[in-house]
Design a protein around this ligand. Structure first.
Ligand code: NAD
Length: 272
């Protein structure tokens, strides 16, 4: 029950009805007797500047999770951001300091790594392929380099995006070899789909994010992950399961990120 004394956090995006964060956080707050609540805000683009000013003055607001389409648009409007948010020009969480200053970070990559480690996959020294170099793919690629991946291969339908990310990662991480355009999957330890391919697929034989000839080179030892949340088992993950690969789903990544979001806003421990 929201009371006058309840402290608030929010999630902002548009559309917003599909997000799961409010029910996940509000269940956690209730189960742990925390007088905190999360609101979902469907914000019009034209109201973005006024929204940022409102956040600064909203004294019982601890922070705000950010989703599509505002991750990049809000990154440039905050008072400070983390090193990785500055590099990726994107935020998915904002903390409101007591004096009203707004600080941003992007923890999508942490959520991905948490979920991978929960399944026993450690990226240190490994070779990884990230398909899709948009908001989530860039954050995962950055986190894999930070975690000590040996060789990262990136691919996207948009070659300009690949080159931009390749330049950014090569400058930031001397220890990771960065390349593009995989020719075989045979020696990858990790394959991640971070593109929307497979979203809303209704059967296991739906679209795959790579050509069939390349998919056929996948080995049973490769950890295969997808960021798509609906369906949980995408055609890629169904294909990987049939080959005997360990798989990681989009909902597992989303769940594994909750503690990072809550901790950054100061309303949950890191490990929830
Ligand atoms: P985005 O639009 O920023 O990026 C998507 C990228 O995928 C684009 O660069 C696009 O060119 C590329 N792409 C599309 N089809 C491709 C293909 N066949 N091969 C290679 N690249 C291709 O989107 P985003 O914000 O990064 O979101 C991507 C997905 O991640 C969405 O489905 C979203 O729902 C999901 N997501 C999951 C979580 C989670 O916690 N599991 C969190 C956020 C977003």
């Amino acid at each position: 029950m929201i009371q006058g004394s309840t402290e608030l956090v929010a999630i902002v995006g548009s559309p917003i009805a599909q997000v799961k964060s409010p029910e996940n956080f509000n269940r956690w707050f209730a189960d742990h007797q925390q007088n905190v609540g999360m609101l979902a805000i469907d914000l019009a683009h034209s109201a973005l500047d006024e929204f940022v000013q409102t956040l600064r003055g909203w004294q019982n607001l601890r922070g705000c999770v950010v989703t599509v389409p505002y991750k990049q648009l809000l990154a440039g409007r905050l008072d400070s951001v983390s090193e990785r948010s500055a590099a990726l020009r994107s935020v998915n969480v904002i903390r409101r300091e007591a004096d009203g200053r707004l600080v941003g970070d992007i923890v999508d990559g942490d959520g991905f790594l948490n979920a991978a480690r929960q399944q026993g996959f450690d990226p240190e020294g490994k070779k990884a392929l990230v398909i899709g170099t948009g908001g989530v793919g860039s954050a995962i690629a950055y986190a894999l380099c930070e975690a000590g991946a040996r060789h990262l291969v990136i691919s996207d339908l948009d070659p300009a995006r690949v080159e931009t990310l390749r330049g950014l990662l090569s400058t930031a991480f001397a220890h990771t070899r960065i390349s593009a355009k995989p020719t075989s999957l045979a020696d990858f330890d990790l394959v991640v789909n971070a593109s929307p391919v497979g979203m809303s697929a209704t059967d296991d034989d739906g679209p795959l994010p790579l050509p069939a000839a390349l998919m056929d080179t996948l080995n049973a030892t490769t950890h295969v992950a997808d960021v798509v949340t609906h369906p949980a088992v995408t055609p890629l993950l169904a294909f990987a399961r049939r080959r005997g690969c360990p798989v990681q789903t989009g909902p597992q990544m989303a769940r594994a990120q909750l503690g990072n979001l809550g901790h950054f806003m100061g309303v949950t421990p890191l490990d929830i």
